[in-house]
Design a protein around this ligand. Sequence first.
Ligand code: PLP
Length: 457
Amino acid sequence: MDKKIIEILAKNDKYCSHGDTVNYADPPKVFENCEGSFLFDENKTPYLDWQMWYSAVNFGYKNKRIADVLHKQVDTLPQLASQYLHKEKVDLAEIICKYMEEKYGVKGRVHFNVGGAQAVEDSLKVVRNHTGKTHQFAFMGGYHGRTLGASAITSSYRYRRRFGNFADRAHFVPYPYCFRCPYGMKVETCDTYCHKQFEQLFDTEYQSVWDEKAKQSEFGAFYIEPMQGTGGYIVPPAGYMKKLQESLKKRNILLVADEIQMGVYRTGKLWSWENFDIIPDIFVFGKAITNGLNPLSGIWAREELISPEKFPPGSTHSTFASNPLGTAVALEVMNMTLEKDFEPHVRNRGAYFLKRIQELKSRWKCIGDVSGLGLALRIELCESDGFKASRALADRMFNEGLKGDIMIDGKQYGLVLDIGGYEKNVITLAPSLLISEEEIDLGIKLFEALLKRCGAE
Ligand SMILES: Cc1ncc(COP(=O)(O)O)c(C=O)c1O
């Protein structure tokens, strides 16, 4: 191993907390450069990235147009306390609000923050302030971040176990994950049985969520990822989300869509909820809104939830909220999406990618399920029966891909994979939206080489 890398790893061992996710890989991986769809290690070996910083870099590493705006902002107004205004902030908020007004006829406002979980916290404040309720519904398999409030609505107990009592822990509802239906049904014949199960919660007060006399729920909102992200890039069945919103509307329960991972054209639409014939009361965004450059996140909420009377000055604040480097870059990203309709581009490229991974499934018994929406795709790794989850195979593929020693047509490459899913056996694919068909083909060769190397059938 390169001396420089040994030193970096030694310092990580000695000085860095291992409480983040770096040490999931053994040894942790070091990169030195990036461009387009590739990361580069100390030997300049290219690693095709199938996950693009968990879907934060939708428009490719070092995207020149976006980077140029960052440089320009560094030279003009790089720093400004968030209590003052700057043009980029209000222009960005206007674009997000006008999109909602013109396309869906709904008025609202935007509130910015820095990281995704922080914006989730802000949305929780808006919900609590409006409804007076502390408790929320959320999905099993959902992921909303790791601050305390976001952990309370994230189903994984692993993220809460060591941190005491979560009095505001959500009521978790099974997500419609049809490949492994939580109710053992078949999607072709179930008539969205899972939605009926949710409806039944409101039948009597004894199901513990609804007071029929007062016509009140104990729950202020239902937090959804319209397409589940960390849970394994799961597309819900047709009609489910619409029925869910109808159930909530009847009971005055708000719908909050978390768009942090699937927003900004990942699924072929600007916001992933647009695929499902629903309009949320609040949505939360982050990650790709700045293409992974200076972080910025935020929420959009309907006017009645976030009007100045309802949510007055000082209701929430963070030093770096609406930082001008972030707003300038996000404004450029949004302008790009106004100038070019990314929907047909992502749909076509996604269809090509899906076709190529469907071919893989037909050749490999260990691939139990492939599916996706736009360029959010999944490969579910199983044992040779094509169903029993194989976390071991996913872990091997992940580690081998990071070795950067796969030879394709006489050239050396690596493959960057991310693993999600309830059983940590799903390769979740979030490539650059600008990935070429040649790069998709290269990825398929690399993935197949890894399957062979890992002894898959
Ligand atoms: C759907 C979703 N919500 C919230 C978050 C948390 O965002 P952040 O990591 O920026 O705090 C993530 C991060 O992966 C996410 O995927």
